[in-house]
Structure formats: structure tokens, C-alpha cells
Design a protein around this ligand. Structure first.
Ligand code: NAD
Length: 263
């Protein structure tokens, strides 16, 4: 097992890609902390992970976390430290999505997306990195970016920009923190069939006047691999970037997108 005895925190880990990574980390021997803003989803995820841990329920922890709230982030770091002695792996995965034509984007929508996707990601990384430095054992931080951060798109300008910033922060933080033995890398998924994409599909239906489900079908057909991504498609890359196998990989964002070149 590649992550034996490591302690991992997965923000936004209660569903979607984050939950698939949590499941795989558990299988690879890690303690898993699901840190999410949605308490009902945390309870459900923690119950299914505990069942998966087969008698090792102590390896699973659920924490309510709002990545936008610095006190909430500090409290999460402290409670994981008390329970497991520290954090070895952070998957900075929590994010939100909104859609509007450029001429209709509101300041509230802009601020909300940057607050979670960019500022929340950065200060969660900073708080966890400080704890890692104080502990002196290094660590692994994985930022969840997106193909949307590689190029602009007309209806999702702000989300794209918030994810481009994640790719940039991954480079800067990666180059800075490797001196402390902390690898910061990222994953850029393409189109993934999660609850988030159900929301995306509903927004496309509204803005492009399409029947529900049509956009999802079309984007899936356009992926060279032949289908949309599934949450579990990202777990292997997340294990690699959390394991000793990636010690010499610094400040990279890895595309995990089925060859998707247009989203
Ligand atoms: P999702 O919406 O299914 O899950 C996101 C989770 O984040 C939810 O459990 C939600 O409760 C949590 N969350 C939201 N705001 C939070 C906050 N302030 N603090 C803590 N938790 C919060 O999303 P997903 O599709 O699984 O996406 C996971 C990551 O992958 C995100 O960073 C997303 O931007 C990225 N991504 C997704 C896709 C896709 O097609 N689904 C594509 C590229 C990148």
C-alpha cells in the first residue's frame, strides 16, 4: 500500500471526485479526513468510508469545514493534529461553479467563486503547509485545477479564471515549499460526471436553450477517450502525487482528462 499510515485531508471530500480520492486513499492505507461544508454529505460519506475500512473505523474522520473561513480551516488543522498527530497529505479539492454570459456576471458570483476556488484553496494550503513545516516531516499537497483553467470559455469566464489562478498558485507554492520537503502539484480534470456537472448541465440548458442532459451527452461524446470522466478516474493520479513515487515532481499540474481538448 502506497500511503500506509499517512494522514490525508480531502476538502470537498464528501462527494464527487473528492470522495473517490478518499476511498482510494483508504484502500492505500491512509487515514482519511473528509472536510466539507455539507454536514449531511459528510455524515453519509463517513459512514460509507467507515464500512469500507472494515473494522478500522478509527481511520476515518469527518470534519465540517468552510475553506473561506480562516478560523474553520485552523480548527480543522488543529482537530486533525489532535486525532492523528498531523497532516501528511492535503487534497485541496473543494470548489464551486457558476455560469453566466460575460455581460451578465454579477460581482457576487465573481467574489463567491474566487472566495472558494482560489482564496479558500490558497489559505487552506497555507495553514496546512505551516503545520507541515512545524512538524518537520514534509508533505504532499494536491490542488484540484481544471481544463477550464487552461483556456477561457465564454459562459464560464470567472470559473475559468479562478482555476487558472489555481494552476499559477500550484507553480508558485510548489517552487517555494519544496525547500521544506512539501511537494505541491495539481490535477486538471476535463469533464467529469459528478453532482457538479449536473448543475453545469442545468445551467447550459438555461443559457443555450437545450433539453436537460443534452450538453452532458455532447461533451462526453467529444472526449477522445470516448466518455466523460468518472470520479474514480482521478484517484490513481491523486495516489501518485500523494506517494513517495512523486517526490521529484514539483509544481506540476497533471491533465487527467481522457485527452479532452475542448470542453
Ligand atoms: P462537487 O460539486 O460534486 O463536489 C464539491 C464538494 O465541495 C462538495 O461536497 C461541496 O459541499 C464542497 N464544498 C463546496 N464549497 C465548499 C467550501 N466552501 N468549503 C468546503 N467544502 C466545500 O464537485 P466535483 O465535480 O467532484 O469537483 C471536485 C473538484 O474538481 C473541484 O475543484 C472542481 O472544480 C474540479 N473539477 C471538476 C470537473 C467536473 O467536470 N466535475 C472538471 C474539472 C475540475
Amino acid at each position: 500500500m502506497k500511503l500506509d499510515s499517512k494522514t490525508s485531508v480531502i476538502t470537498g471530500g464528501a462527494r464527487g471526485i473528492g470522495l473517490a480520492i478518499a476511498e482510494r486513499y483508504l484502500d492505500e492505507g491512509a487515514n482519511v479526513v473528509v472536510a466539507d461544508i455539507d454536514q449531511a454529505a459528510i455524515d453519509e460519506a463517513a459512514a460509507s468510508l467507515t464500512a469500507r475500512a472494515e473494522g478500522e473505523a478509527g481511520r476515518v474522520m469527518g470534519v465540517r469545514l468552510d475553506v473561506c473561513d480562516r478560523a474553520s480551516v485552523d480548527a480543522m488543522v488543529a482537530s486533525v493534529g489532535e486525532r492523528f498527530g498531523g497532516i501528511d497529505i492535503l487534497v485541496n479539492n473543494a470548489a464551486i461553479f457558476d455560469m453566466a454570459p460575460v455581460l451578465e456576471v454579477t460581482e457576487e458570483s465573481f467574489d463567491r467563486q474566487f472566495a472558494v476556488n482560489t482564496k479558500g484553496l490558497f489559505f487552506t494550503l497555507q495553514a496546512v503547509a505551516k503545520a507541515m513545516v512545524a512538524r518537520g516531516r514534509g508533505g504532499k499537497i494536491i490542488n484540484m485545477a481544471s481544463q477550464a483553467g487552461r483556456r477561457g470559455e465564454p459562459l464560464v469566464s470567472v470559473y475559468c479564471a479562478s482555476k487558472a489562478a489555481v494552476i499559477s498558485l500550484t507553480q508558485s507554492c510548489g517552487l517555494s515549499l519544496i525547500a521544506h520537503g512539501i511537494n505541491v502539484n495539481g490535477i486538471a480534470p476535463g469533464v467529469v460526471d459528478t453532482p457538479m456537472w449536473d448543475e453545469v448541465d442545468a445551467l447550459f440548458a438555461r443559457y443555450e436553450n437545450r433539453p436537460l442532459g443534452e450538453k452532458k451527452r455532447l461533451v462526453g461524446e467529444a472526449v477522445p477517450y470516448g466518455r466523460m470522466g468518472r470520479p474514480e478516474d482521478h484517484a490513481g493520479a491523486a495516489v501518485f502525487l500523494a506517494s513517495d513515487d512523486s517526490d521529484y515532481v514539483v509544481a506540476q499540474t497533471l491533465n487527467v482528462d481522457g485527452g479532452n481538448w475542448m470542453s
